[in-house]
Structure formats: C-alpha cells, structure tokens
Write a protein that binds this ligand. Sequence first.
Ligand SMILES: C[S@@+](CC[C@H](N)C(=O)[O-])C[C@H]1O[C@@H](n2cnc3c(N)ncnc32)[C@H](O)[C@@H]1O
Length: 236
Amino acid sequence: MSLADFAADAGILLRMLRGLPRNGSHAERLEGFYAPQAERYDAFRTRLLHGRDALIEALEIPAAARVVELGCGTGRNLAAIEQVRPVATLTSIQLVDLCPALLAVARQRVRGMSNVEVIEADATLWRPAVPVDRVFLSYALTMMPDWSAVLANAYAMLAPGGRLGLVDFHLPESGSRLGNRFWQAWFGHDGVALSGEHLPALQAAFPDSLTRECRAAVPYLPGLRAPYYLFVGVKP
Ligand SMILES: C[S@@+](CC[C@H](N)C(=O)[O-])C[C@H]1O[C@@H](n2cnc3c(N)ncnc32)[C@H](O)[C@@H]1O
C-alpha cells in the first residue's frame, strides 16, 4: 500500500470510523454514510468485497436473460457480467438501490445501455413487471435490516428454474465465538449486520443450491481474514 493509496482512502476510512449515522430513516442513513464515499467507493471495495466476480460466474446467466441486482450500489457488477455474457445481449438488467449518491455513479456507468435500468427503490418492496431469470445481491443483504423480507421478495420475483445468488459476510458455524464477535462488532459499526441465520435460511428455501464458505483479507487489518459465503440456489 503506497502513501498515495492511503491518502486516497483517508476520506473513506474517516467515514467508516464514524460509522453509519444513527438517526434518520434507513434511506437517509445510507445516504449519509455513502455520499462522502461515492467517488472512491469502487476502488476501496475492490479490496474489501471479495468473491463478487465468482458469484457472477456461478450464476451462469443464460442468453437473453432478465437479470435483477438488489442493492447494486454503483453498478460495479455490470463489468463482471460483461465478462461472462455481453450486457447488450441480455433482455434486461435492473439495478435497484436505496442510496441516491451511489445510484448517481451507476447512472453514469450505464449511460447509453438501453437494456439497463437504474431504479431507486427499497429491495423489500420493489418488484419487476415480469418474473426474471436471475436475481443477485452482493454484500447487500447484511445492510438490509428486514433481510427475510428481501429474501422473500427476491424469491417471488424469480421465474421457476431461475437462480438467486448472494455473496456476503456472515458468522460461520465453524468460526470461534471470539472471532465471530469481533467481526460482528467490526462490521456492525458501519451498519453491516453479520448473521449466522442468512445462509441456513437460503439453504432451506433452495434445496438445489451451491454454497462456498471462504475468508479473505480486509484492508488495514493485516493478518485477519473476514468470513464470507457465496450461495446460488435454483427456484423449483
Ligand atoms: C455494501 S453495498 C454493496 C453494493 C454493491 N452490491 C457492491 O457489490 O459493490 C450495500 C448496498 O445495499 C444498499 N441497500 C441497503 N439497504 C437497501 C434496501 N432496503 N433496498 C435497496 N438497497 C439497499 C445500500 O445502499 C448499498 O448500496
């Protein structure tokens, strides 16, 4: 890590040290947290949010698919989709998020892509007009307080045979009590609610599924590796 990188990260680190604002609606708190980070969001999260490209690969997006991302942030995952299935060949991609500052970056990114729609909405409530082939969330479920409503909504919007994919931090069953408490407190400060319940709920809802449990480095925490999972389930 160079001094220039550290200087560029300073604003992000400061915001993360201050944590998610405690007051306001969920949307207002997200905006307060992310607006000062929006410009450098992607560069910093590349070193923090691992497994996103692997998730997109594991989704096996079919030709002409309809795809939804809930909690899309800046729309960074579009580039990963392009690697496995040219975005222009898809029927539609709908990128949904509640945070206007991050959506502004997403809107810049998708300019000129007529089949990509950027939507400001709550993932617990928003539904596409027709059932879709793929729904995914990357590091978003842990920031959604009513996570079970989001999963129910994601399930409902999938066509039969469609796939739901997630990659996110969690509290693994195999983790030590002390380790899990540390990660819960560390991420909790920024409104990221690590849970041991997400993965079992997904596995129960999708009998036909793939799960990978992993750990990866966290910027500025040398030697520590945060637990995350990758899940893809097929709707019966
Ligand atoms: C850690 S970011 C991940 C963004 C993106 N998926 C990525 O991989 O970079 C979590 C995102 O979830 C969004 N979010 C949180 N609660 C939401 C909700 N109820 N509805 C829609 N988006 C929400 C936040 O605004 C934020 O953009």
